[in-house]
Design a protein around this ligand. Sequence first.
Ligand code: BG6
Length: 504
Amino acid sequence: MTEISPKQRKPDPCSFVIFGATGDLAHRLVIPALYNLAAADLLPDKFCVVGIARKGMSNDALRDSLMKGLREFATRPVDDAIAQRLLECVTCIAADPRDPASFDRMRKQLEELEAKRVTGGNRLFYLATPPDAFAPIARELGRTGLLKQDTSAWRRLVVEKPFGTDLASAKALNSELLKIVDEHQIYRIDHYLGKETVQNILVLRFANGMFEPIWNRNHIDHVQITVDEKLGVGHRGSFYDATGALRDMVPNHLFQLLSLVAMEPPIRFDAHSVRSEKADVLAAIQTQSEAEALHNSVRGRYEGGKIGDTKIEDYRKTEDVKPDSTTETYAALKLTIDNWRWASVPFYLRTGKALGIKRTEVAIKFKQAPFAMFRDTPVDRLSQNYLVISIEPTEGITLQFNTKVPGPTISIDGVEMKFRYKDYFKAEPSTGYETLIYDCMIGDNILFQRADSVEAGWQAVQPFLDAWKKAGAKGLERYKAGSEGPDGAEELLKRDGRSWRELG
Ligand code: BG6
């Protein structure tokens, strides 16, 4: 994890090869992030961007299309001179893993380009493609020797999400990739780790001495992780219907939040130590039986409704969604972590689409004061002590506690101490990919998922996937678009004598 500041070192010369260069991700995030790095003077002095398109196109056509994307998705006003300099580095090369000869040709073209641009042979291959292309592309890169690292040049492979669709497929993909490259050459992206507030969880916990002594089962009652979205499924019907809320969000994004909140302090702030602690805590999530998984989860599907003035159509009527679909658009889970720090502390996770509010947060609920010292305010009427790490829409940290209301009697009320990033720091708006891409180029993989973490994440959600698949429509609740989600989500906590923090 590297702070990007103008004082930072520039990455080594390299070529940045994007598979899926004509696609949405390249236009929406990768090129705008490269533009922001260029604007901060953080691209290598010797650099080239190679856009791989299956059918190939002229350099000018690809540059025009990327420029159009940049104008649409840039996070700040586009300076034409910087954009031109970046796009002049772009070359389009045709390659399709179904046609091995095209990779041999690509290798030759790439080597010629690298010699011309004096990039020293350092290469980063960015797989911004649909997931079924990850393994075939990596195989061809392996066969042609393009990923072979030697002492004079580094070779890296960046893999987007989703990494597998269940435990077995994630294992198969890991094993396939690890036949071609070493683990340290692989950068598995989870864009949540590009978010400032997510990175800040580590700093909050380990750069402050006051939290660690109370960060455990003795003082923490439970943890809530919420990623509620307003957006429906939109044009992603075919992907989403085969995926669902659990696969789409939990083993990756929500587990990143969970692992940062629950990991042990790493002995050093380096990739090996941090990633090992994260992997350990994910591996300590109790694997539930299918019956337990059903008992400890809620799933729902949205029906038509309104969010503000926007009408949202019923999920099953979405383009490319099966009319008899049993895919969930909302998931809530109760998990426990089997280690000394967290034994018997529930972690409640919830995420859904088409909800009334967009909110991403981690709320740590501390235990109540043990008895009612104040005559007129019984303990259960005291306000709850939450430490809330807010990620969206506001970035910040809030502490809720009780205080005396001024006056002659002891009357108690809950108040909040709030830190908001924007009150303290001025940051250029970014795509969230700048740090990730910069870190790939300088070879820092602290913010990327290691194979064991990915597999531990799938291992923990696999019983839910299996149980839900068997249950089909049974137990799949419905909720109105624009609501707070299915009623069962409230019940999940209520039966433990708890409730979700109000998001309003
Ligand atoms: C993506 C999911 O990985 O994350 C989307 O595929 C989801 O379905 C998105 O909307 C959420 O990301 P963010 O940064 O908006 O919380």
